[in-house]
Design a protein around this ligand. Structure first.
Ligand SMILES: Cc1cc2nc3c(=O)[nH]c(=O)nc-3n(C[C@H](O)[C@H](O)[C@H](O)COP(=O)(O)O)c2cc1C
Length: 372
């Protein structure tokens, strides 16, 4: 591939250091959270330490880890996902040490999988999936409906998020990210199709946002005002790529404003193609741009960086960064998260910085089998 000349200017834009509240980053490139399902004992092992170290050593400014389960028996569904409680914390401490030694910063992504869980799944068999309402998860085609959470369940799960964030801070992590996207538990509360509650945890957009708000409040109560708390949200759901939490910027503000008031410090807007307009009837501002405009918070943008625009194929070729030109010029984001391109090539950030994007290894699905 011929490296576009625009890529050099874009790389210079990405390599500007940035300060977001108490967080200082050497550049604006983050590794997007990517589950790898390669921790059979639920504990990050040496292979995981080396996997993140390689990206930090090759100039990634911020690593957001793969989703990691909070300490509640209803949080887990898929096997091989590292936990963020108990014995697993010692493994995470080693990951953290390796990333810091390489000059990187790192947030764990705190995860509760909601209705993706079924009661036959580990580690505590018999515990059903939790959700705002009794939902059948059509995406996973699992037969069991989730348990509509009781007040006590809600309190317990909020407590588990707060404990995980406090543990992250005590270990020395640079912040935490809440996985509130893609149809998992927090997003199930946000979405009217999966939240049909009529109590204070449901209702209109503000009501449906209350669960996320109370998690953020509980976390703030434990970690204080300055610890970075990122919240990753998305319009789309794995259950339905066309789903929408909001049809207009005004509706989106009804969700984002309470989160800002509760103390979120960074918003991570998850889209599949970051350059697409956030609301097609409202001009060409990206969804990351809308998030910044509506909240004034620092925003992480993601979706398709460095990959061929045709999208997600078995093998996805490396592509120019020219689609970043407009959002960079318009200050539509603060940090660019890079997923598959960084999974494929641990040196992606360094090569981009050196104007060698054409040398990056293309993404292919067989790379998911091991921690390269
Ligand atoms: C293998 C894989 C695992 C993923 N796991 C997670 C995850 O644990 N948490 C999350 O929020 N997003 C997850 N994602 C979504 C990515 O963070 C990212 O948003 C998506 O891949 C689009 O970015 P990209 O085009 O740069 O890859 C995953 C994506 C991939 C490819």
């Amino acid at each position: 591939m011929q490296t576009a000349s625009a890529d050099k200017a874009i790389a210079a834009g990405l390599f500007r250091p940035v300060r977001l509240g108490s967080l200082e980053l050497r550049n604006r490139i983050a590794m997007a959270p990517m589950s790898r399902y390669l921790c059979p004992d639920d504990v990050p092992h040496q292979g995981v330490v080396d996997y993140y170290r390689r990206r930090a050593e090759a100039d990634v400014g911020l690593i957001i880890t793969e989703g990691t389960y909070i300490g509640h028996p209803s949080a887990a569904s898929y096997a091989g996902v590292p936990h963020f409680h108990g014995e697993a914390l010692a493994g995470w401490a080693r990951v953290l040490q390796a990333v810091h030694a390489a000059g990187g910063r790192i947030f764990p992504q705190l995860w509760h999988t909601g209705s993706f869980r079924q009661s036959w799944m580990g580690p505590v068999k018999g515990v059903p999936g939790f959700g705002p309402s009794e939902n059948f998860n059509a995406f996973t085609m699992h037969p069991e409906p989730t348990r509509a959470m009781t007040e006590a369940d809600v309190e317990e799960v909020i407590g588990a998020y707060a404990r995980a964030a406090a543990d992250a801070q005590a270990l020395g992590f640079d912040g935490v990210e809440l996985h509130a996207a893609h149809g998992y538990l927090i997003d199930e509360f946000l979405w009217d199709r999966t939240n049909r509650r009529t109590d204070r945890w449901g209702g209109d957009r503000r009501g449906r946002t209350r669960f996320a708000v109370e998690i953020v409040r509980a976390i703030r109560g434990r970690v204080g005002p300055d610890f970075p708390v990122s919240l990753r949200w998305s319009l789309w759901k794995q259950q339905d790529y066309q789903a929408k939490l909001a049809d207009t910027p005004t509706q989106l503000a009804e969700i984002l404003e309470p989160l800002v008031e509760a103390g979120v410090s960074i918003l991570h807007t998850s889209t599949r193609r970051f350059w697409s307009p956030g609301f097609s009837d409202e001009g060409d501002l990206t969804l990351a741009g809308w998030t910044k405009k509506l909240t004034g918070l620092p925003v992480i943008m993601v979706g398709g960086a460095g990959l061929d625009r045709a999208g997600i194929d078995v093998v996805t070729q490396v592509a120019s960064l020219d689609v970043l030109e407009k959002p960079l010029r318009g200050d539509e984001f603060d940090i660019l998260a890079v997923g598959r391109a960084l999974l494929a090539d641990p040196e992606w950030a360094r090569k981009v910085g050196e104007g060698r994007i054409g040398d990056c290894r293309p993404y292919s699905r067989d790379l998911l089998d091991s921690l390269g």
